[in-house]
Structure formats: C-alpha cells, structure tokens
Design a protein around this ligand. Sequence first.
Ligand SMILES: C[S@@+](CC[C@H](N)C(=O)[O-])C[C@H]1O[C@@H](n2cnc3c(N)ncnc32)[C@H](O)[C@@H]1O
Length: 265
Amino acid sequence: MPSTFIAKGAEAYEASMGRWSRKLADPFLAFAGVPAHGRVLDAGCGTGSLTLALATHPELTAIEALDFEENFVAALRARTDDPRISARQGDVCALPYDDKSFDAAYSLLVLHFVSDADKAITEMRRVLKPGATAAAAVWSYDGMPSWRLFWDTIRAIEPEAEGSGIPSGPRPMTAEGELRALFASAGFADVTEKRLTIMMDYAGFDDFYLPKVYGQGRFSAFFEALPEARRERLREALRAAYLDGRSEDGQRGFESVAFAVRCVA
Ligand SMILES: C[S@@+](CC[C@H](N)C(=O)[O-])C[C@H]1O[C@@H](n2cnc3c(N)ncnc32)[C@H](O)[C@@H]1O
C-alpha cells in the first residue's frame, strides 16, 4: 500500500481540497522557482492544481504529471488540452521516468500520504538532472484551523470517528523541520524550508461542512453509516463550532499554513 490517501472521486476532491491546493500552487511555485526551460514533474498531481499552474509558464517544454488515482489523472486530462502536459497513473515510489531526465520535480501535499516517503524523495532525486530543483509542501497539522475545528469537534462528539478518517494526532511530516530533514537525509543540497500561508475562505457553514463530510477519505463512509440522530447531533455541533458565537451564518476565513521545502539535486 504505497498511499494512505483514500480518494472518493475527483469532484469531491476539488470541493474539499483541490480549491485550496489551487490557491497554494502559486506561492509554492514562487518559493520553489520554475526553470527557465525544460521538462518538469508534478509527482502526485491529483486533479492538477499544480500542473495547471506550471502550464502558465510558457518557457517549459514538457510537464509530466503522475498520480496513483486513475480518476484524478482522468480529471486532469479533461481540464487541459495543453500538448506539453502528459498525465499518467503511477506510484511516486517507483517513478516511470529515466534517470536525470527532469529540470525540476515538485510534489504538492502528497508526501505525508505516501507510506514510504523516503523512497519517493529518493526517486525524485534519481530523475532530476544534477543541479536541478526539487520542491515539496505539506500542510502544517497545527496550521489548518478550519480542519482542526472539524476534526476536534468530531472527536469530542463521536470519539469512534478517530481512526475512521479523523486523525488521532499529527501525521508524519506535518511539523516544522520534518520535511526538510527528509530531503536533507536523501542527499539533496541547500535544503530550505518556508512557511506558506493561504486563506481558506468559506461562504458559510454548508460550504465548510458539506465538502468535508462528503469529501475524501474514510470519514464520509463512517458518517453515512451513522444513525440519522447522531449525524444531526454532529451537524449541529459542527455548525455551533463554525458560527463560534455568531448569530448569523456567513463567510469565515481561516489563515492556513503549509511547510514548503526546496533543494538542489
Ligand atoms: C492531497 S492530494 C494532493 C494532490 C495535488 N498535488 C494537489 O495539490 O491538489 C494527495 C495526492 O497524492 C496522491 N498519492 C498518494 N500516494 C501516492 C503514491 N504513492 N503515488 C502517486 N500518488 C500518490 C493521491 O492519489 C492524491 O492525489
């Protein structure tokens, strides 16, 4: 099992996470840098948030995108007709590319889901030309307040949900310095880490709640199997947490942090 990521369709992914990774893609590339020409890799492309941000760089000649989930790859193909983009199903731990064949390799919000992240990082190094850049980012566990609001409320109301898509604590690599240490121990040079911040803006409670409840992973299966009264109790608790004392439902924005690393092969 090379991944702990449980996908539930490209549309559900877009609503729950793709909209945020699309926002993160630009600051991530501004930090990572994009080569002046050549061929780049998006390892764990999902539905293509980063791939499509890379495609706004006309100087790139080829953009390879790879993901474990066939339906995410299909969704990316449906979103673009850019002839430079080639999307395929595959495993970041066994990249189907030649040694030293890329001018940059990126991985956005992927490595904390990969069972053997060391292997994935070693693979990124193998396919990069000497001197080329690798860059990756993962969400900070403590820096995702809207998700913590969701997870922590559910833990308090439905403790059985823990382990059913509700994390029982931080995932590996989601604390400061962890991602940097992995890239350094894989032999990359000049490893630099930076906090990237985006706003996760929700139009109202439903926009916060529905994509999370019916989004990715095991939680939606747990939720759908609950008796209706327990689902309603959970919904009311989440609504109270989201409203946070406000008398009216409405827009809320949560500043959210990712740790990004850039380094040289
Ligand atoms: C949170 S999503 C991020 C997707 C995309 N990079 C983005 O920013 O929207 C994590 C992605 O990692 C992919 N993934 C997890 N393990 C993988 C593996 N071993 N090989 C390839 N893709 C993997 C999942 O299928 C999923 O698309």
